[in-house]
Write a new protein. Structure first.
Ligand SMILES: Nc1ncnc2c1ncn2[C@@H]1O[C@H](COP(=O)(O)OP(=O)(O)OP(=O)(O)O)[C@@H](O)[C@H]1O
Length: 382
């Protein structure tokens, strides 16, 4: 979905990440991400927004392979880099169950047959059972082969992962306090096998300059820096390997408001100067409004709306998007006085008869809705 004439940098297809805890009756499944699909195009900032716990971080972590997805696929620069096998495993289970049921029916027919028929029927039943088993084995083989194919493809594309980096919310927690800034930043180079100290020095200094730090900062430790500077170190660490795509997970939420704009400006600069594509995760729309080209709104493991940033602010359709927008403060004090927070209640949808799907209501504007809701939204858009 999106700009169909370009090959996306990142393509997420039906991504699912379920976490299971406990066993037996106490088994609990959290569907942190439950079938999310979106594409991100070269040089754009894609904002992923939603309240705490809706699955934004898990989406980012599944894309960058910090988790193995439960199901779905992620393509990076056209190559499969992450995949889950739930559908394949379920298909295997289904094939086994179907065969079991068929054999049971055949055997029951044989037991019920009269003694006179039994002899001939037994030969026929044996043959049929053989056929059912062969069919089952072929179905299982097919799914197993598909799992193996995906695994091989993932192994072959492993190197590509270097081109994808993540910046984390909390710069203190994500930087090793016992390493100097230079050691922290150079880690990615070392992992790539670069050992020449001169090359490492040059690269580290270059990247320090890119993020607005100085060469003399290289020998210091993370605690000697302010929050904003630490986030710059985190960004430098990501940049050293020349990534094409960066996932920034709430990179400014832990920073003072006065510093937030600086980090946003830096990210914007990197996008413009280096052509880096960015997925920016945030819990409120005010932060990503001016920074994102397109925005995906997440609610409890699903995308509920996806559109260009301007379009989303001008024509929000999903009631959850409206609720998020109503939380964005406005500079106009008169407006602020009368601003009403819209509360979203998912029970307002009647999805028992007609379940929702993500549909393109107008070019590049997608909304999770059933057909009745789409008809309503179309009226609103007119
Ligand atoms: N490793 C895990 N094991 C079990 N449950 C998890 C795990 N990670 C996340 N979850 C659950 O999955 C859901 C989504 O969490 P996630 O951190 O992705 O949301 P989020 O939108 O990024 O929230 P936040 O803004 O607070 O980081 C939550 O209910 C969370 O408790």
């Amino acid at each position: 979905m999106g700009r169909k004439d370009e090959t996306p940098v990142l393509s997420v297809k039906n991504l699912k990440q379920h976490f299971t805890s406990g066993i037996g009756k106490n088994k609990l499944v959290v569907k942190a991400v439950d079938g999310v699909s979106f594409d991100i195009y070269k040089g754009e900032v894609f904002g992923l927004v939603g309240e705490s716990g809706c699955g934004k971080t898990t989406t980012g972590r599944s894309i960058i392979k910090l988790y193995e997805p439960t199901d779905g696929e992620v393509y990076f620069l056209g190559n499969l880099i992450s995949a889950g096998y739930k559908e394949n495993k379920e298909a295997i289970k289904r094939a086994k169950q179907i065969a079991k049921d068929k054999i049971k029916t055949l055997k029951a027919e044989l037991t019920e047959a009269s003694d006179a028929d039994k002899e001939t029927l037994k030969i026929k039943t044996d043959e049929l059972i053989k056929e059912v088993k062969a069919e089952r084995d072929a179905a299982i083989e097919k799914e197993k082969a598909e799992i193996e194919r995906k695994k091989k493809e993932l192994d072959a594309n492993y190197e590509l992962m270097k081109k994808m980096q993540m910046i984390f919310q909390d710069p203190i927690a994500s930087l090793n306090p016992r390493m100097t800034v230079k050691e922290i930043i150079a880690e990615g180079l070392r992992i790539s096998g670069i050992k020449d100290p001169r090359v490492i020095n040059d690269e580290v200094n270059k990247v320090l300059e890119t993020v607005g730090l100085l060469p003399e900062h290289a020998s210091r430790y993370p605690h000697e820096f302010s929050g904003g500077q630490r986030q710059r170190i985190g960004i430098a660490r990501a940049l050293i390997v020349n990534p094409e795509f960066i996932i920034a997970d709430e990179p400014i939420s832990a920073l003072d408001v006065s510093i937030q704009a600086q980090v946003i400006n830096l990210l914007n600069d990197l996008r413009e100067r280096l052509g880096i594509t960015i997925m920016f995760i945030a819990h409120d729309l005010s932060v990503i409004k001016y920074f994102s080209d397109r925005i995906g709104v997440m609610y409890y493991g699903n995308l509920v709306e996806l559109a260009d940033a301007d379009e989303l602010f001008l024509n929000p359709l999903h009631p959850y998007t409206k609720s998020l927008l109503s939380a964005v403060p406005q500079p106009d004090p008169r407006y602020e006085k009368t601003r009403k927070r819209i509360v979203y209640d998912p029970r307002m949808h009647d999805y028992v008869q007609s379940p929702p799907k993500l549909q393109e209501i107008k070019k590049d504007h997608w909304v999770l809705a059933n057909d009745e809701e789409i008809a309503e939204y179309k009226k609103v858009l007119k």
